[in-house]
Ligand binder design. Structure first.
Ligand code: DLZ
Length: 156
């Protein structure tokens, strides 16, 4: 259960399968780069920890979270990997832009998952402020990038 005191990235290490010989694309949104880069670091470290070779971890960047769907769709179309990990961070502003981006990327990545070709991981933080995002990207509430990598390993 997600609470303010619980590290959300705690997981049973023994239950995570090896990623040996598997290939992963990590798509990282450039908006809120301080947060998304920290998530990417967590994801890369975790994949390596589970035997994924450096050459089998491909990092791609997109301008914002909204563009994650396009990049993931292209990876799937080009048979680039066994799983795509999408990392973004949307922070609530004064307008409804937040809602449209969150809804757009959630629907987009869900649709790709429903195609059932390869797993597309939703590593997107949707927070009220930067502080909440920092707490979830290497702060006291863990690192969503680690969770996304663990999810990818389990899904493949
Ligand atoms: C425009 C925008 C805004 C206001 N906020 C964010 C954000 O908090 N996080 C994020 O990843 N991207 C944001 N963007 C950019 C959109 O994701 C997208 O890049 C643009 O709308 C262009 O399609």
């Amino acid at each position: 259960m997600a609470t303010a005191l619980h590290n959300l990235s705690e997981y049973d290490a023994a239950a995570v399968p090896s990623g040996k010989g598997r290939r992963f694309v990590i798509v990282v949104a450039e908006w809120n780069a301080q947060v998304t880069n920290a998530m990417a670091e967590g994801a890369i470290k975790t994949l390596k920890q589970y035997d994924v070779a450096d050459d089998n971890i491909i990092i791609k960047h997109v301008p914002g979270t909204f563009e994650l769907t396009f990049a993931a769709a292209k990876c799937i179309r080009n048979n680039e990997c066994d799983a795509v990990i999408c990392l973004g961070c949307v922070i609530q502003g004064e307008t409804r832009h937040f809602d449209f981006i969150c809804e757009g990327v959630a629907n987009g990545l869900s649709a790709l998952n429903a195609e059932g070709k390869i797993p597309v991981i939703f590593g997107v933080l949707t927070t009220d402020n930067l502080q909440q995002a920092l707490e979830r990207s290497g702060g006291k509430l863990g690192n969503k990038g680690i969770e996304a990598a663990v999810t990818a390993l389990k899904m493949i």
